[in-house]
Design a protein around this ligand. Structure first.
Ligand SMILES: [Zn+2]
Length: 499
């Protein structure tokens, strides 16, 4: 205990006002001796962003049960499946069923991976089966969901959040299902872009988003003295296409995603989600990449990040994991890759890694998710391989409610698992999570490793007001630069307190 006591004092009491990076680096090394010190260190460590966070998966089971109870929804005791009223004896009211604490506990397990090791299901199957069970409990509670997702990031000292959500996608699928052939891959993509029904969905989804954000801001008391921490998080969205539906329905969703990003500045990009190892995804992966590539030619300003190479060895035949990341880069033009676990299994992986480093394609690393879903841990994970080749990486939460984690946990896990990662490496990981975000505007940083500013703000001191009109103008013009300025100020504050 003798060794730990000075650090504990430093974490809480140090009154010094000057930033001391070397001192913070020493504090990190000391904190590594004990998981709870490390947790405390990483909880307040400034985080640039979270670029891979599914809104549905970010919700903790306890809140879903609470909302379903208050909203009069029903639950199937055998599976935990939530459904809409009227309820009956086979599907009693959630309010009544969950009143018993043993049943309540079973439901928490059913909507997450809590205790999954004790059951018969793999982490992969348990993770993916939860969504269908609990999503009906979240419908109508989208404002509450934003509140939960943003508050957790705000409380963890995070500047920026890119949330993946699928609002409107069910309607796009319904159109494709009703109009056979309209969204076949051999049809011109410009027809899809001007499809009147898709245009209507864009307008409806934007109006729905207005209502959801308004509800969130009311719940969280944003712009009031008692504003919750989530109000201070810069929030943008990625339109999330569910890739496991029939091809024409996937194509209609992809077209809607492009149109949403084009129409509404709150949407900054798109992504494809749901199991990549699903037989339907494997069959149509090539077509999905090609459709994105073709729509990107029509809308080159729309940014794309893709779940790709989300495999462990043996999950699918070798032919299926040999080039998914490569296709996402070359055919779909992805600017970021989510997971990328299978990079070491791909044909010509070293060329791909060099190409990613050259193009600045960042990988969204989800350590806990990969450990649970694919049992990929420690040296088996390609995190360090990406870093070795100079490919930018950042840490993200993925489905924090389902995995029962938060973003702090991912920083803590990285520090404990990879002892060679230094304090400066963590600063770079944190900066990358904002620098490679799709938020509008130019970047403040010329280099995320050193934190060097671009010419407009050269010579400025972090943590202070910008001295020159040129830098002030630059920051007021470019949102991304302004958020990065804020992150550097948070580092200065953190380093003045923890050493
Ligand atoms: Zn994901």
């Amino acid at each position: 205990m003798r060794r730990l006591a000075p650090l504990l004092l430093a974490l809480t009491l140090c009154p010094l006002a000057h930033a001391d990076e070397a001192g913070a680096a020493r504090a990190l090394e000391q904190a590594r001796s004990n998981p709870w010190l490390l947790r405390q260190f990483m909880a307040t460590f400034p985080k640039g962003g979270d670029l891979h966070n599914h809104l549905d998966g970010s919700i903790y089971a306890e809140n879903i049960i609470g909302w379903a109870s208050a909203d009069g929804k029903c639950v199937d005791p055998a599976s935990g499946q939530i459904s809409f009223p009227p309820c009956d004896t086979a599907r009693p009211l959630m309010k009544d069923y969950a009143a018993d604490s043993a049943r309540y506990s079973q439901l928490v397990d059913a909507y997450s991976v809590r205790n999954y090791e004790r059951g018969s299901k793999s982490g992969h199957d348990q993770t993916f089966v939860t969504f269908g069970r609990f999503i009906p409990g979240t419908l109508g509670r989208e404002g509450d969901m934003l509140r939960e997702a943003t508050n957790r990031r705000g409380a963890e000292n995070t500047v920026y959040l890119e949330l993946l959500q699928s609002w409107g996608m069910d309607k796009a699928r319904a159109i494709a299902a009703a109009e056979a052939g309209a969204f076949r891959a051999d049809r011109p993509t410009s027809d899809w872009a001007h499809h009147p029904a898709l245009q209507r969905i864009v307008a409806d989804t934007r109006a729905e988003l207005d209502r959801i954000e308004k509800r969130w801001r009311e719940l969280a008391h944003c712009n009031q003295a008692n504003a919750e921490p989530g109000c201070g998080v810069a929030l943008r969205y990625l339109a999330q296409v569910i890739r496991t539906f029939p091809p024409e329905q996937v194509n209609a969703q992809i077209a809607l995603a492009f149109l949403l990003v084009k129409a509404d500045p709150r949407y900054v990009g798109l992504n494809l989600v749901a199991p990549e190892d699903d037989p339907g995804t494997l069959r149509h992966y090539k077509e999905q990449m090609s459709v994105i590539g073709r729509l990107s030619k029509l809308y080159p300003e729309v940014k794309v990040t893709l779940h790709a190479g989300e495999f462990g060895f043996g999950l699918v035949p070798p032919e299926d994991f040999k080039d998914h990341i490569r296709q996402a880069l070359d055919v779909a033009g992805a600017r970021r890759i989510g997971h990328g676990e299978a990079i070491g299994l791909e044909t010509g992986a070293f060329d791909t890694l060099r190409e990613m480093a050259k193009r600045g394609v960042m990988v969204e690393i989800n350590l806990t998710s990969n450990a649970i879903v694919h049992d990929l841990k420690g040296d088996q994970h390609p995190f360090l391989l990406y870093r070795q080749f100079g490919v930018p990486t950042a840490l993200s939460a993925d489905d924090e409610g389902v995995f029962r984690i938060d973003l702090t946990n991912e920083y803590q896990r990285a520090a404990a698992t990879y002892p060679k990662l230094s304090y400066r490496d963590f600063k770079q990981l944190s900066r990358n999570a904002l620098h490679y975000g799709f938020v509008e505007g130019q970047a403040l940083l010329a280099d995320t490793g050193s934190g060097r500013f671009v010419a407009s703000c050269t010579g400025e001191r972090t943590g202070a007001e910008p001295k020159t009109a040129r830098c002030r103008d630059f920051l007021s013009t470019h949102t991304k630069a302004r958020l990065q300025w804020d992150l550097e100020a948070r580092f200065a504050r953190f380093e003045s307190q923890v050493h």
